[in-house]
Design a protein around this ligand. Structure first.
Ligand SMILES: Nc1ncnc2c1ncn2[C@@H]1O[C@H](COP(=O)(O)OP(=O)(O)O)[C@@H](O)[C@H]1O
Ligand SMILES: O=C(O)[C@H](O)[C@@H](O)[C@H](O)[C@H](O)COP(=O)(O)O
Length: 167
């Protein structure tokens, strides 16, 4: 298998961190949570209920792309919302072979998962702006879309299988 570079993407609460960690485990590569790469100002903004702008996100997306390309010679899995096509293009400018696994779910399920998640900075009130910003993965983009009504283990298996098939 070529070195896997995988972005688990989707709106807040879709399971990027939970599923991404399991994908990394299955592939035997490091996992990087994109949340940890945000500057403190971005986290403070989201925690106060204000959506990020493109200007807030651009340096962060470059950092996500660099993490994907540079964390390990074996490859990596990164959890990153990557909501717009232009954001994914920025990540691909650092990691051209990245495979994007989009986690989709209906609003009620996502809101319930966000509300049940203890101690996270992201308020449920930002879910609607996340969904409004989301541009789903397009057919010509390298990746797959999955519905998050399935278990994390099933989702991780499907993503790892797609990565292996693409290698
Ligand atoms: N497929 C799933 N089925 C059930 N619960 C899930 C699933 N994926 C994630 N969760 C739960 O939903 C919440 C949000 O998941 P998380 O990984 O933090 O999402 P994200 O990183 O996309 O914001 C967490 O409490 C997590 O345990
Ligand atoms: O671009 C953004 O608006 C943020 O990056 C957002 O999409 C991201 O999802 C946050 O980091 C919240 O963290 P969770 O996704 O873990 O809720």
């Amino acid at each position: 298998m070529r070195r896997p570079q995988v972005v688990v993407m989707g709106v807040s609460g879709s399971g990027k961190s939970t599923v991404g960690e399991q994908v990394a485990e299955l592939l035997g590569v490091p996992f990087v949570d994109g949340d940890a790469l945000h500057p403190a100002a971005n986290v403070a903004k989201m925690a106060s209920g204000v959506p990020l702008t493109d200007d807030d996100r651009i340096p962060w997306l470059r950092a996500v792309g660099r993490a994907l390309a540079e964390t390990s010679p074996e490859g990596a899995v990164v959890a990153c919302s990557a909501l717009k096509r232009s954001y994914r293009d920025l990540i691909r400018s650092e990691a051209p072979d990245a495979l994007f696994a989009e986690l989709d779910g209906d609003r009620a399920l996502l809101a319930a998962r966000m509300a049940a998640r203890p101690g996270h900075f992201m308020p449920v009130s930002l879910l609607d702006s996340q969904l409004a910003t989301l541009e789903p993965l397009q057919p010509e983009e390298h990746g797959l879309r999955l519905d998050v009504s399935r278990s994390p283990a099933e989702l991780a298996d499907a993503i790892a299988g797609a990565v292996r098939a693409a290698a």
